[in-house]
Design a protein around this ligand. Sequence first.
Ligand code: ADP
Length: 425
Amino acid sequence: MKSKFIFGVIISVILIVGNQLVIQRALNMKKQDSRLINLAGRQRMLSQKIALEFHKISINTSPGLVLKKYLFEWKIAHEKVLMDSVEINKSLSYLPKTSTGNNWIQDLSTKIKFIENEINSYKKTNTINLEAVDQNQDGFLLKMDSIVDHLVAYSDKKLTNIIILEIILACLSILVIFLEVRYIYYPQAQQLKNSLDVIQLKNKELEQFNYIASHDLKEPLRTVSNYVQIIKEDYSEKLNDDVNRHLNTIDKATERMSVLIKSLLDYSKLGKDRKPVLIDCNVLVNDVIADLFKLIETNKAQITINHLPILLAYETELRQVFQNLISNAIKFKKKDSVPEIKIGYINNKTTHEFYVSDNGIGIEPKHFDRIFHMFQRLNKSQDFEGHGIGLANCKKIIEIHGGELWVESEFGKGSTFKFTIQKSL
Ligand code: ADP
């Protein structure tokens, strides 16, 4: 698929460059032709002026400076034509040879030379062959006109060819674009869509499995727990201490398992059948702090809250995020230190960004990803209570809000948990 894509790009680039070259060539040709046509016009004008001057001579005036000046300009214009002759001769090469066997430009030179000679001979002999001058003059003009006519016709023909070439190139470009879309981009988009559909289906299946498994596990667990209670209540006096201790261990384990199953069930229900509502985050965070009053008081935690926004979000879920982050910030405090917690907000262009920072035990960078996975804990249960579920829940909730959750931390110095919520929720 990748090689097809590269091939498609190369063909497109070749077509674009080819098109540019053809356009450039057409412009160059036009420039060259119009240059010669301009020169021809100038030659025409000069030669008429020269003719007029010669007729003045016939009324008995000597060939003066004006005539010499026109003749001089006439020759300069002709030399310009000759200077361009490589290109111009290419354009004129299809013209038939003149009767003298010269090419057309040389033939014009001969006629100019003749008139120059006439002027020079007039100086010596005081006579002039006006008829011959006239003929040369007319011959020159006729030749010039026919060169221009031929040139215009030739230029038109060349341009028509170029236009046809351009049309062919444009059709080829359209065809290549069509083929690229049909055989490269469309299959890629289709493949991507199929993969997305499969992922979505697998996700749904997983959630369903999670829901059913945790739901069905609850019943047998409750039965075990009930029977342990019955045995403890009715038979504890008849059983020896060892059996009673074992029963207590079973009881605690079932209790723990029950919490885990409930968490799994809650996780699968997150964000389901809910609608985002407008929430004043200042009120919401203060409510959370009121709920955590006991924990805050026991640990003498100091909490600073900056001004928070009013935004659209899933209320119960967002409350859960703040509750988890704030309670973790208190729970994972350093021994014999007072937890200092800051809650704040950054107004980004497309997202609302929140942070909860603490001065607690901190997290090593290698664990930054791991802590957001289900049942992942970095510390022993004896040191810090917990089940490793809170951050996984937070992650899922933030994803439902189209945002991201991440941690920045220095081990032993404290952590800052940051999350974003899409403004366009
Ligand atoms: P729990 O708090 O129940 O252990 P969480 O999912 O909330 O589960 O957190 C996962 C792990 O991430 C914790 O066990 C702890 O190791 C680490 N952690 C979370 N918050 C903090 C914090 N503020 N400071 C240091 N470590 C933290």
